[in-house]
Design a protein around this ligand. Structure first.
Ligand code: ZN
Length: 288
């Protein structure tokens, strides 16, 4: 199933994407949670009802007539793994890490699948095409064997990064946490429909393919990642895990190609759809 958050002009709603149409869960079944994290947390009780809506194949609204929003507007946590594809490790000029390298992206960086991202002309903003895992029931100390059942679904994501801020200090978190710099979507595809380790993934900037790989090349796969992260902290429903980016980021080009206002960044993952974000100078005024 493909679960989205959208607006048809009114307040945000949850929806089920069926082909080129979207069915509002709230209109089809008013008793269902109206918040995506609550829906994920209640999934074991509500899955049957949501599946029944899919099976009824209600006509819903044309997908083209609604605006898709971030599936989860404020995830409890956004964690991301660095240096997790061999070609990206090589282009970064570093040794392959023996340990998983984790950093946080602020939950306030979450952004819609088709909303603008801040990439000012004077900045060093870069794209990173990534498979995003959405945590389901979650838990602590989840063994690798139990990890598949801990993932609710998958999205397309862009781990947008301000490279200058990333490398000013050994800690990457600020350079990864600018407002608008975690666009994801266009919806959550439930885990039962996807093998996360065999998906073609691409980043296309202004029509030019910059990254093209397959998630089978992940150094630490999704199950390793869930096991490792949950060794430190409780994973909770709706937490996001950005699973790493392949080679071809703008910073590694000679000369580097950073994003500029007006650039269009499209991230595609087979089976999960695509997101496309346009770069803008700034959404908030510069600090004085
Ligand atoms: Zn990344």
């Amino acid at each position: 199933m493909k679960l989205a958050r959208f607006t048809a002009g009114g307040p945000p709603e949850l929806g089920l994407v069926l082909g080129d149409r979207i069915v509002s869960l709230g209109r089809a079944a008013p008793g269902l949670p109206t918040d995506m994290i609550a829906l994920i947390a209640a999934w074991s009780q509500v899955e049957r009802e949501v599946r029944a809506i899919a099976d009824r194949a209600e006509s819903g609204l044309p997908l083209a007539d609604v605006r898709l929003l971030a599936p989860i507007p404020r995830p409890g946590k956004i964690f991301a793994i660095g240096l997790n594809y061999a070609d990206h490790i090589a282009e970064s000029g570093v040794e392959a890490p023996q340990q998983q390298v984790w950093f946080a992206k602020a939950p306030s960086a979450a952004n819609g699948p088709f909303d603008p991202i801040e990439a000012p002309a004077a900045g060093y903003v870069d794209y990173e095409a990534e498979l995003v895992a959405v945590v389901g029931a979650g838990g602590r100390r989840i063994a690798r064997e139990a990890a598949p059942a801990a993932v609710f679904g998958y999205c397309v994501g862009d781990d947008v990064t301000e490279r200058r801020w990333q490398h000013r200090t050994p800690q990457w978190t600020l350079g990864k946490s600018f407002d608008t710099h975690a666009p994801f979507g266009p919806w959550i595809t439930t885990a039962d429909e996807i093998d996360p380790h065999g998906l073609d993934i691409r980043a296309v900037v202004n029509g030019e393919t910059r990254q093209s790989s397959n998630t089978r090349h992940l150094v630490f796969d999704v199950w390793d990642q869930v096991e490792h992260l949950s060794g430190a902290m409780t994973l909770e429903p709706g937490d996001l895990i950005f699973t790493g980016t392949p080679g071809g980021v703008g910073a590694a080009m000679k000369p580097p190609k950073f994003l500029r206002p007006g650039d269009k960044v499209r991230i595609e993952i087979d089976g999960l759809g695509a997101i496309e974000n346009t770069c803008v100078e700034a959404l908030a005024p510069e600090p004085t």
